[in-house]
Design a protein around this ligand. Structure first.
Ligand code: GAL
Length: 688
């Protein structure tokens, strides 16, 4: 069965390579040089006009598209494409001056002055009207233009607005959601501290000098802000869809930014895109950062059901906004670019093409440095990626097939972060999910990173660490998954609350108690320098041994129908269950009661993978810091072998035969992979 997505646009059946291009910051004589350099760098796709509103609409209703016409023509004449932006992220000074209501009001209740970017009210009718008009004008003007490949809507939507108008819209949104104040008061548990509302007009957004003690209120505000932002996106995209129905639409997201539930945008976009800025060579070593980046890539692929996503921004060298941002060491640019591709990106794009001479980002990495020519290390690194991508046409549109799904759910994160207690810091939902993910990544097992609304039946293993919030329907779907033979894994601090953050009555883990076969009576929390120990009982059905460190969270559980696989060793709960498994229908449900050191997860998941015969991209054990990821169309298999450690290591390719797509050499058996090396192999035969 072949299973290949079409390219982003049929015009360009290749990888996209390029980035944010701001010719409107530069005199025209630089533009021709840009075109020459783009060809040298193997760049074929530029994001243009992202921050150009002031240059496109120079005064209210006075438009100047002449410069953009020239840029679009230049790109087309030079065989390149435009990811043409709607410029809403940065609005012109004249707009703020004439319509001050377009400016955002902060959580401190104060209206911001003009400046910066993403400084607009999410609800302002005049702002939305202007955005929709600009979208229509751009679409009318450039429909049919040979350079137009895709719409890049706005830039990194984010934040919220607390103005009076947003308050009204929020109240309307709440009325829609709850219908009655009684229902809202019940959902928010407002009887607490006598916070009961008796009129809709009494409700305001959670603000610094206002209500901050109702978690259901906070969750609904975040849901509202997400919905408002989606509706702004729709105002921007409706004219684009009408006028250019064949031009795909995306907007660039910020990884796991918590302010918006990105899943809600997916259905309104043709592709997901994200901007990736890991802190290379920082306090955390690259091989530890790599699974976190991989995890985020997998979110963006999974959000569109496996459809290739866009790496919309990455830095060719360093950023300027991190406290310390080191230069990428040789090999690292190619490595992290190919990592995105390995997880399903059909693009490698940068911020930014040319370093600006002034303002806030003049020292941010760029393909073309201030020296203005191609004789730089960074330019050569970029050109190398261009070369590599040009050899990977066959990979375009292929996807990743995962047998493992890890739940990382935005609303769950909101609830965990908002929760008062049981420990102020180190709740660490995201790092916890990543630590579970890493156990699969290091074994070359592809993973989908899903949310709790996704179809679980597609997987053999479903891992839901810290599933604090359990939304309606999830209990039934988890039970069905396990009944049908799936393996479910959850941890401490799960099944605690519903979608309004009302705590489960009748014993934790609430709706998951039946499937997990345990009762959590109490949760102990430890200081950073404290720990307990967890040891496997002997014998145990997984044949696991050893003692592991438990930190931060130690759940004190009773095994009800579950079997105990490991126990605590210290403190008053020594001997109590620390890992359990419950047979449920044809499947099993594991409960990990404490936050254990990574080696524990590696050992446990190793057995789970083995027991279920989960397919690994390479069957041999990979050295630390090396992973192999697979893209396929169901027929051809492209294996990305990546070493995130700075020194060379040996990898056993097993009995399969491979062709290195970049050098055409044939490979089999043991091979050396250099420090920071990344190679793309096609599996040509499976030995048996
Ligand atoms: C992104 C943003 C870009 C640029 C970049 C710098 O978040 O979209 O416009 O500011 O960061 O790293």
């Amino acid at each position: 069965m072949t299973d290949r997505y079409p390219p982003i646009h049929p015009k360009c059946p290749h990888f996209l390579h390029g980035g944010d291009y701001n010719p409107d910051q530069w005199p025209k004589d630089v533009w021709a040089e840009d075109m020459r350099l783009m060809k040298l760098a193997g760049c074929n796709a530029m994001s243009v006009a992202i921050f150009s509103w002031a240059h496109l609409e120079t005064a209210e209703n006075r438009f100047d598209f002449s410069w953009l016409d020239e840029v679009m023509d230049l790109l087309a004449d030079n065989g390149a494409y435009a990811l043409l932006a709607t410029p809403s992220a940065s609005h012109p000074a004249w707009l703020s001056a004439k319509y001050p209501e377009v400016l955002r009001v902060g959580a401190d209740g104060r209206r911001r002055g003009h400046g910066g970017r993403v400084n607009y009210c999410l609800s302002s009718p005049i702002f939305r009207e202007k955005c929709a008009m600009l979208s229509a004008k751009l679409a009318e003007r450039y429909q049919g233009h040979p350079a137009l490949l895709m719409w890049h809507v706005s830039n990194e939507y984010g934040g919220d607005c607390h103005c009076d108008h947003c308050q009204v819209v929020f109240r309307n949104w709440l009325e829609q959601r709850y219908d009655s104040l009684e229902a809202l008061n019940a959902a928010w548990w407002t009887a607490f501290w006598g916070h009961t509302y008796t009129d809709w007009s009494q409700i305001a957004s959670p603000r610094q000098l206002g209500e901050n003690s109702i978690m259901g209120h906070q969750l609904d505000w975040k849901r509202f802000v997400t919905d408002q932002t989606v509706s702004l996106l729709l105002d921007e995209t409706t004219p684009l869809r009408r006028i250019t129905p064949d031009v795909p639409i995306t907007t660039n997201f910020m990884g796991t930014y918590t302010g918006l539930n990105y899943w809600k945008f997916a259905e309104h976009l043709d592709r997901m895109s994200w901007d990736s800025y890991p802190a290379f060579h920082d306090r955390e070593e690259d091989w530890k950062i790599a699974p976190h980046v991989a995890f985020t890539h997998d979110i963006y692929r999974t959000m569109k059901g496996g459809k290739p996503f866009l790496l919309m921004e990455s830095t060719p060298s360093s950023t300027n906004w991190m406290p310390v941002m080191k230069l990428k060491r040789p090999g690292v640019h190619r490595l992290f670019s190919l990592q995105a591709v390995a997880h399903g990106a059909d693009t490698v794009q940068y911020f930014q093409w040319r370093k600006s001479r002034g303002c806030a980002e003049k020292f941010h990495g760029a393909v073309v440095d201030h020296c203005g020519h191609e004789n730089t290390r960074v330019f050569r690194d970029v050109a190398e990626v261009g070369q590599v991508l040009s050899k990977l046409d066959d990979v375009v549109g292929t996807t990743v097939r995962a047998e493992v799904g890890i739940v990382y759910d935005w609303e769950n994160r909101w609830a965990i972060d908002a929760s008062a207690g049981p420990r102020g810091e180190k709740r660490d939902y995201e790092p916890t999910c990543v630590s579970h993910y890493r156990a699969f990544w290091s074994r070359a097992v592809p993973v989908d990173v899903i949310n709790m609304d996704c179809d679980f039946q597609a997987y053999k293993v479903l891992v839901a660490p810290m599933l604090y919030m359990v939304r309606p329907g999830v209990q039934r779907r988890v039970e069905q998954f396990v009944e049908d033979g799936g393996v479910f894994v959850s941890t401490y601090w799960s099944g605690i609350a519903d979608e309004s953050d009302r705590v489960s009555a009748g014993g934790f883990p609430g709706p998951l108690r039946g499937v997990l076969g345990i009762w959590s009576e109490e949760l102990d929390v430890l200081h950073d320098d404290e720990s307990n120990r967890v040891a496997f009982v002997q014998p145990n059905p997984l044949d696991l041994h050893g003692v592991y460190k438990a930190e931060t969270f130690c759940d004190l559980i009773h095994a009800e129908s579950a079997e105990v696989l490991a126990t605590y060793q210290d403190d008053f709960y020594a001997g109590r269950p620390a890992l359990t498994v419950n047979a449920f229908g044809r499947g099993k449900a594991y409960y990990i009661a404490s936050r254990n050191e990574p080696a524990f997860l590696t050992a446990l998941y190793g057995k789970v993978i083995e027991g279920l015969g989960i397919r690994r991209v390479l069957e041999s054990n990979l050295p630390e810091g090396v992973t192999a990821q697979l893209r396929t169309d169901g027929r051809r298999e492209f294996v990305f072998l990546m070493n995130f450690k700075p020194h060379g290591q040996y990898v056993d390719l097993g009995r399969d035969k491979f062709t290195d797509l970049l050098s055409d050499r044939s490979l089999a058996g043991e091979m050396k992979i250099d420090g920071y090396e990344s190679i793309v192999l096609e599996r040509t035969a499976t030995g048996d």
